[in-house]
Write a protein that binds this ligand. Structure first.
Ligand code: NAD
Length: 371
């Protein structure tokens, strides 16, 4: 294998994870063969299957590999079998450990509406058609982690719950930098979202983002928006957005709002990035937004497109292969335009196909691109 091969650790996980990962690996194999991209792909266990076979939701050996590769491609974890497990033996601990040890502070959730699926949205066609929004959520700070936190009992017997919203300048700057860099690869527009009207952390957020913009990214159009207005604007006029950069709490909600503009869970990719090293490379984990879907696992019925689109994000953001990323996304679009649907995105008059047949169709469209 060539020494400059891009190293990928695939972690299929549980439920439909292995099924959607199998189809995604076919796409990677295709790129290796037809586009001569050298990938060195390894595979390991995570989640419930790792608990069963290795005694932990992710083994130390797998963690070590995850920290050494160029990118991790993750399927999904969890299932009813492990629901009674204590907290530290839950399948999800594998994913949380990866996020923590790889210090993945930037979560990217694109919301793209494919024309062929625009009618599946709960919003009107003319509102959602053509939207292409990237929600960038800060993932390791803010109110979910701030101290003090907890529940105490007051002298009068009443109970008090406390969480603290905290952001430091360095935390704000590093997520805003990712936002501006992303915008430069897209339509060069950033909406920075906070609640500076009622929160000091929001005032600091707005000031630091503006300072960074003026110093390093004057070529990117910057808007500041309050989080409540952003939620409203996302459903009113989502096409106004390119990149939305926001904190952990608002990002949690806004990314879900944005993704539901697009229709189905089976279509949504995501990426989580860490800090850049001295060569500008970031630790990175790519995964579909959906879970392990135990209700359809093993039935060859899952939609593999969210994972395939996550791999396209990997090509774009970890490997700087925009042409190959465009090919994969273009193949997905063509398959949908051609009328193929897995059950989750089925529409009247379309052809309902299995996971495998959907994978076959993506490969066939890719073949057409190099024919
Ligand atoms: P889920 O995303 O697994 O499924 C929700 C619904 O969407 C189900 O009806 C499922 O069949 C459908 N669905 C999801 N992905 C699909 C796909 N690719 N193709 C077709 N249909 C799809 O969420 P859930 O049911 O709340 O959770 C199931 C398990 O997954 C739980 O154990 C949960 O903890 C776990 N989970 C894992 C992750 C992860 O690994 N990142 C995320 C969410 C939930």
């Amino acid at each position: 294998m060539a020494t400059n091969a891009k190293t990928i650790l695939c972690l299929p996980g549980d439920g439909i994870g292995p099924e959607v990962m199998r189809e995604t690996r076919r796409v990677l194999d295709w790129l290796g063969k037809k586009r001569k991209v050298a990938f060195e792909v390894s595979e390991a266990l995570v989640g419930g299957c790792a608990l069963d076979k290795e005694g932990a939701p992710i083994s130390e050996a797998t963690m070590k590999t995850a920290l050494s590769v160029d990118a991790v491609l993750f399927g999904a974890v969890g299932g009813p079998k492990w629901d009674p497990n204590p907290f530290n033996m839950k399948p999800e601990r594998g994913l949380l450990r990866l996020r923590k040890d790889m210090d993945l502070f930037a979560n990217l959730r694109p919301a793209t509406v494919f024309d062929a699926l625009a009618e599946a949205s709960t919003l009107k066609l003319d509102v959602v058609k053509g939207i292409d929004v990237m929600v960038l959520r800060e993932l390791t700070g803010g109110v979910y982690f701030g101290e003090p936190r907890g529940i105490t009992t007051l002298p009068n017997g009443e109970r008090k719950g406390v969480n603290t919203q905290v952001y430091t300048t360095s935390e704000i700057i590093r997520i805003a930098e990712v936002g501006f860099e992303l915008a430069r690869k897209r339509r060069k527009k950033v909406h920075s979202v906070e609640k500076s009207n009622v929160m000091e952390s929001g005032v600091l957020w707005r000031e630091e983002v503006q300072k960074l913009h003026d110093a390093k990214y004057p070529d990117v159009e910057l808007h500041h928006m309050l989080a409540d207005n952003c939620a409203m604007q996302l459903v009113r006029n989502p096409r106004q957005f390119d990149v939305i950069v926001t904190d952990n709490l608002f990002g949690d909600m806004l990314s879900d709002v944005a993704s539901m503009l697009t229709g189905s869970l089976g279509m949504l990719p995501s990426a989580s990035l860490g800090a850049a090293d001295k060569y500008g490379r970031r630790k990175a984990l790519y995964e579909p937004v959906h879970g392990s879907a135990p209700d359809i696992a093993g039935k060859d019925a899952a939609n593999p497109l969210a994972t395939i689109l996550s791999a396209a994000m990997m090509l774009r953001y970890s490997f700087d292969l925009p042409a190959e990323a465009d090919m994969v996304e273009g193949a997905v679009k063509s398959v949908l335009d051609g009328g193929m649907r897995t059950a989750d995105i089925m529409q009247p008059g379309k052809a309902k196909v299995s996971t495998t047949v959907m994978g076959d169709a993506v490969i066939r469209e890719l073949d057409k691109l190099v024919a």
